[in-house]
Design a protein around this ligand. Structure first.
Ligand SMILES: [Mg+2]
Length: 265
């Protein structure tokens, strides 16, 4: 009888191991969600390799466009944050405060002009310039943040236009007072042949602000031919528009709970 009971315990134990229930309230330190992602970008050699790989591929696209020739001059379009500059030091500040983002803290960080270079970016930009290709930076940093951003990019040795403004911030023109970067991309494309677009967010390539999770996947799939040929994406595991369909407008602890639940989808 004792053996039968033991066998039953073993059998039921082996049949299904129920997953531990999700905590009903997430640990209320939302900032901790950033630790692994920020460390990976900041310290992992694998991150450096990914960025260099992306920039090397973009360099080949630039070279091919130079050889192909054309009427309009050549340009490349680059996002700024987590594309050419690394803001992990800001993320570290957020982790220490137990949050993921604070507008005032962000403005303070931007004003310091201390963001570091993304590996491969400086070499790519120098190569483009040497080939007569104009880099345009399209960023959703606000126009009020343009001087500090310009200073940061110059400190890193990135080429900024002298003949014309090549740092296109949000709100710099009335029609550019939107997070949708399409208008600014079209403005560049109306005057230049765009050899490559580089970014860390889907919105750096195509507007996906109101897209659902399924629609985002469909946008990526529909543009499969662009990835690695004209569009080049860098990894950003810390933040991005990919979070919006998961979070559905929630913040902090509720948002963390939503993310934990999303792992089951
Ligand atoms: Mg970015």
């Amino acid at each position: 009888m004792r053996y039968l009971a033991l066998a039953l315990v073993l059998l039921t134990g082996c049949a299904t191991v129920p997953a531990p229930p999700l905590p009903t309230t997430a640990p209320c330190n939302f900032g901790l969600a950033l630790v692994n992602a920020s460390l990976w970008v900041q310290l992992a050699s694998e991150y450096d390799a990914s960025a260099i790989q992306t920039y090397n591929a973009a360099r080949r696209a630039v070279d091919a466009s130079v050889v192909a020739g054309g009427e309009k001059p050549l340009a490349v379009i680059l996002d700024v944050d987590e594309t050419v500059v690394d803001n992990t030091a800001f993320e570290g500040r957020m982790v220490r405060k137990g949050i993921t983002y604070d507008k005032t803290d962000w403005q303070q960080w931007v004003s310091e002009s201390r963001a570091k270079a993304i590996p491969g970016a400086a070499e790519f930009l120098a190569h483009a310039r040497a080939r007569g290709v104009t880099p345009f930076f399209i960023t959703n940093r606000d126009v009020s943040e343009e001087p500090a951003t310009r200073k940061n990019l110059e400190t890193l040795g990135y080429p900024l236009g002298t003949a014309e403004d090549t740092l296109l911030t949000k709100g710099e023109r009335e029609e550019w007072n939107t997070s949708d970067k399409s208008g600014r991309r079209e403005w560049v494309a109306s005057r230049y042949r765009v050899a490559a677009v580089l970014g860390d967010d889907l919105n750096d390539f195509i507007d996906a602000h109101s897209a659902s999770q399924q629609e985002r996947d469909a946008l990526v799939a529909r543009n499969a031919a662009e990835w690695g040929s004209r569009w080049f994406i860098l990894p950003n595991p810390m933040y991005g528009s990919w979070e919006s369909p998961i979070l559905e407008g929630t913040k902090e602890c509720t948002a963390l709970q939503k993310k934990i639940e999303a792992l089951d989808r």
